[in-house]
Write a protein that binds this ligand. Sequence first.
Ligand code: ZN
Length: 599
Amino acid sequence: MPTSARKKILYVTDQPQQAAGPMAQAIQAAVQDHDVCCFHMTAEKASGIPGPEKGTGPGSGHSTALAHYSFTCPAGSPRSLGTTVNKALDHQIHQWGKAFDLVHLDGSSPAIQAVNLHGNLKELPKVLSLGRDPVAGKAQASSAGAQNPEVERIKHWFQAAGFTYYLPATQQLKQQLSGEYGVHAEKMRVVPQNPGASHWLADLYTETLATCGKLPGGRPYRQCTKCVLDTADDPAIQFDDDGVCTYCHMYKRNDPRAVFKGKDKQKELERIVDLIKKSRKHVKYDCIAGVSGGADSSYVALKLKEFGLTPLLVHVDNGYNSDLSNNNVKKIVEHLGFDLHNYTVDWEEFKNIQLAFLRASVLDIELITDHAMVAYIYNLAAKLGIKYIIFGHNYATEGILPNGWNHEKMDLLNIKAIAREFGGMHTLTMPQLSFWRRPYLYLIKGIRGVTLLNYLDYDHRKAKPEIMAKLGWTDYGAKHTESIFTRFYQNYILPTKFGIDKRKAHLSTLIASGLMDRATALEELKKDIYTPEGFRADLEFVINKLGITEQEFNAFMTAPIRQHTEFPSYVTTHYPLEKAFFDRVRPLTRLIKGRKNKV
Ligand SMILES: [Zn+2]
């Protein structure tokens, strides 16, 4: 074995050095390939100074690859034991010239807890192993109604340290852990609950999950010091010297480009409103605006009125719209007097595509709705000869979204491929926007999308009371939950199956745009994402709507995750060619532009 692959491993066990059994076997096996140090912790009521007794076991004195230390933990003095253990650690590290790579904890006696909770191991970069997969066996424990010793052990370790620990939790496991053990479990993440708790333990546990292959990237857990995103949200996330993440930097870089500020902002807004007004030739409307009933699009509609524009409002219903959102749309129309165009999807077809996406086990089930909505509005604009489409998207509340949290929304090829493979559907009637149609609409038809809120000082906290007062708009709480499916998808499917808590992207954006402070965001994240009743009601609504049983739905939830790009996709075929093409012609277009500017 090459020396670079040799690891320094520390075993901390409550087995004495002479004991035979699995632990001794594991140590014997490890010493073949690695440098091993064993701390035998015995809890005794004996008085006296706790201390290491080095070199009494096999291997000591013969091989530098194996060292044994025995410690006794006198009752009531775990802190002094911690100090002694640390001295022994320092000694061993000094001998080996390198910190430990792996710490394996075996047992849960007070002596071992003393090492863990009162010892000061934080200088050592390492991985913690709890012997067995702490997650395994939960289901059996739950069904048997018996206390699972593993759960007990983890609970003990982590609660004593003031941690919330996060596991690859099913809803059932979560409920069991919170009900029976008073422990809040989420997916693959360890979060300290009190400020006194050490990040060290959180890092160790998350690293353990990483080495078990449970956390992609195999990186230690780390959270941005500015926003709330972490290594579990994006395994490739990077941090600067101050611990600020890539997304915060990206936001700051793009903000001036995306959002107009200062004096220029008003000028730019007037210019764009003027352009939209002038674009109207022979049609009744100067623009199209989608309205969902949510705060952003309702606010946009109000502003369009105030700017003296004449939009055609378009409302797309995929069959999941809540009564509140439908009511909000009605109120917008009543108060503003705009024309409304309703489009309802062919439910049978839409349902079958959704089921195909669930069977395919891919992440972005909302791709179908999002694509249909944009495609419908663009195609309608082309048909009616309208040049401007106003979107409710905005940088202030939606600027940050970690990589891999959604799929490319214009990927019609992917929708078609999945519908064909998992739904046997060969033709689709849903609104579509192909790769080739987009340049046609842009270049030939001259259709432009406008994200109006980026020209305003958009602050959702002020916007909501304004639309309530002026439109009779009703708030329904969380972002983008005007559709029951969206709510269920974001609150249950995404976090439970894919380990994605969409709130974190939203809250991080609010922090980045200065609309919220980090402490408030962290408080917000502690709240339950669903009430049990809310979850139950939405689950039943969704499975009834899709015409499937709860068992069938649960089978989707537990099926292995597949990537969108495992199926035909523009992302793997058309987009790379498109990029290569533009890379080629860019020097040419620059040349042309340069000449134009001279003239
Ligand atoms: Zn950040």
